[in-house]
Design a protein around this ligand. Structure first.
Ligand code: SF4
Length: 650
């Protein structure tokens, strides 16, 4: 095994985010790393494996350097580069202590094409790689810096060669004209390494319209080489700083932390009860002398949606309470603004308005509720957007709606889980069946329909577009479209966004300003002993009390072994682990593990599409999805019950 600690492209990317991270990385037995290199889940969820394999199919003459070990990989690459022309996958190149594996390296005479393959979505009709003021956009910068680092190593290692730089990315403007492209690359998951298979049908890839765009980024790379990279602490020349970082990493020396807003996204954080060490705590203890007590009181990083964290930290204002004088004062408006939420985070709820750990805009709540019609319908969608299309007529990253859950609350307070939909058959486009089933589920009355945040609205708009534009739209497309439009914004039965109401009218000190349902539900339960006691009874799934399609006599509110109350989402930790195929630690939100936008359900969907699973495993995963997603709509009903109770008590 090669023990030399080289600065690789992934470590370079990590160091650009924060050079101190180099000290904590690759020490999985010592430090918690929530974003471990080569995360199977991250790649799986966005379709990264498939994109990498499709890119190789664009070069049928390519030779893969399969050696994982550095010396053997370098030797094979050097041998292949002896040829006048060569296409090499995973080419290994070393200069000084800098080591890169290039996704695709094309040699033609004395010219090298460096092609970095990314699952990042790209639109060739609207590239948007450069911002309005002429610089590389912040979204593209990490990708360009990655290519620039590789180009730097190549030029140093082979100074006689001319290097041209490209990014290869899924092109959202291209319509796929065959079925099941994503099924060409099933994945075998093994204990230590995952293997991507390439199905014989994939030979058709070169005849397809180019789903992957090959974009020349020479000018942008030249910009980075001219201006340098931008790690915390200031801009630095790429070549110089790469050498500094490589030397520190090789010697296992910690680069002095420069804390800032970026620490909020640091992956070297632990959750309570973690057996591993927290790099975040070590940095903040080193720089600010923080104790466990200080951490428990909160930092400015906790301020919700606050853009000036860097400015506060630069002034040494790092404790949450110390931020109060720097924030806008509480307004006297009836609704909560973002700055009001921040002020309450730092200074607490004004004593005369504290309703037992929470604040409520009663007038706003009552006015909203007066406009609702019973029975109330709570819906939640699970969707996926992966790089390679599932179906003919789709574009890369087009939305697939594969599941919904639906709870109903009657005027007398009875709650039931009445309908659900799940279609995870590999390669099947479920959206039209999804919208038909949803229409059926909501057609029995004209009760108010609720969502939590605007995702459902966005998805229904996408399905409307698909119903209008796709050649395989069903015969009832117009009726389905009319229905979808009726419940989207401006429709006659437009969905009500409960998250928006929570933002405007409810603040609980435990939510850290957030209005995510996963924060609001535990907060509402903690503020309402009656609601907690109700759901602590094993009544959920009792057909006579609270019917459910997936549970029987289940108690959502329980206590852990330590006597601490477990919130309902914590109860689903094992289901979350099943969805992801990986363990979830206590206190960790399974959605946070998946890295991708859609969270655990979208990752499970990707597994059901791409991973080789036995029929039994598939059944288990489908059951886990149904049980897991049922809570999201029940949670909305529970939150509403809690709010109604608080209003009655006022
Ligand atoms: S806590 Fe901040 S300074 Fe320390 S490694 Fe993480 S991002 Fe870097």
């Amino acid at each position: 095994m090669n023990k030399i600690r080289y600065l690789t492209k992934s470590r370079f990317k990590l160091a650009v985010q924060c050079p101190t991270k180099l000290f904590y990385t690759s020490k999985k037995d010592i430090y918690r790393d929530t974003m471990q290199e080569d995360s199977f889940l991250a790649m799986l969820a966005e379709g990264g494996y498939q994109v990498g394999e499709l890119a190789k199919l664009m070069y049928p003459q390519g030779v893969e350097v399969a050696h994982a070990e550095h010396t053997a990989a370098l030797a094979q690459t050097a041998e292949l580069l002896q040829q006048e022309e060569a296409v090499i996958f995973e080419a290994a190149v070393l200069w000084s202590q800098l080591f890169v594996r290039v996704d695709v390296l094309v040699k033609r005479g004395n010219t090298l094409e460096l092609i970095e393959v990314k699952a990042k979505s790209y639109n060739s009709t609207k590239p948007e790689m450069v911002g309005l003021r002429g610089g590389i956009t912040s979204e593209m910068r990490p990708y360009i810096e990655d290519v620039a680092f590789q180009a730097h190593v190549l030029k140093k290692a082979m100074p006689h060669m001319q290097v041209k730089c490209f990014l290869m990315m899924p092109d959202k403007s291209v319509v796929c004209d065959v079925d099941g492209v994503n099924q060409w690359f099933p994945i075998e998951r093994a204990a230590d390494r995952s293997k991507v298979q390439v199905a014989p049908a994939a030979k058709a890839a070169s005849a397809l319209p180019p789903l992957l765009a090959k974009v020349n980024v020479d000018d942008l790379v030249a910009d980075v080489m001219r201006q340098g990279v931008k790690p915390p602490g200031g801009q630095q020349p790429l070549g110089t700083v790469a050498q500094t970082w490589a030397a520190a990493y090789a010697a296992d020396q910690k680069i002095t932390p420069v804390p800032g807003a970026h620490c909020g996204r640091c992956e070297f954080k632990t959750t309570p009860g973690d057996s591993l060490r927290s790099g975040f705590k070590e940095c903040w203890s080193q720089v600010y002398g923080f104790t466990d007590e200080d951490f428990s009181q909160g930092t400015v990083l906790d301020l919700w949606s606050f853009r000036k964290k860097d400015q506060l930290i630069a002034q040494n204002c790092v404790r949450l309470k110390a931020a109060a004088p720097h924030l806008a004062p509480l307004s006297d408006g009836e609704e909560l603004s973002t700055t009001d939420r921040q002020a309450m985070q730092a200074s607490g709820i004004p004593a005369d308005e504290d309703r037992g750990g929470f604040w409520m805009a009663e007038g706003v709540m009552r006015l909203a509720m007066a406009q609702w019609r019973y029975p109330l319908h709570f819906i939640d969608f699970e969707t996926s957007a992966v790089a390679l299309p599932f179906h003919r007529g789709m574009r890369p990253y087009e939305q697939v709606a594969f599941q919904f859950s639906h709870h109903v609350m009657q005027a007398d307070g009875r709650v039931s889980h009445t309908t659900q939909f799940l279609n995870v058959r590999p390669g099947v486009f479920p959206n039209f069946e999804f919208i038909r089933e949803l229409r059926q589920a909501l057609s029995g009355d004209d009760g108010t329909v609720f969502m939590w945040s605007h995702h459902e609205n966005t998805i229904l708009n996408k399905i409307c577009d698909q119903l209008q534009s796709r050649s395989d739209a069903p015969e009832d497309a117009q009726a389905l479209r009319d229905f979808a439009l009726s419940i989207t914004k401006t429709g006659s039965r437009a969905m009500v966004d409960l998250c928006d109401l929570a933002k405007r009218a409810y603040f609980h000190k435990s939510t850290q300003g957030s209005s995510s349902i996963k924060k609001v539900l535990p907060a509402v339960l903690s503020a309402s002993p009656r609601l907690w006691a109700r759901y602590a009874q094993p009544i959920y799934g009792d057909p006579k009390v609270m019917p459910s399609l997936n549970y029987t006599n289940f108690a959502w509110c329980t206590s852990g072994a330590d006597g601490q109350a477990l919130d309902p989402y914590e109860r689903l930790r094992d289901l979350g682990a099943q969805l992801l195929g990986e363990a979830v630690r206590p206190g960790e939100d399974p959605d946070d593990l998946a890295i991708c936008e859609g969270g655990a359900a979208a990752t499970a969907y990707a597994r059901l599409q791409f991973e080789s699973l036995t029929p039994e495993s598939r059944r288990h995963l489908e059951q886990a999805l149904l049980r897991y997603c049922e809570l999201d709509t029940l949670a909305m009903a529970m939150v509403l019950e809690g709010w109604q109770e608080a209003l009655q008590a006022a």
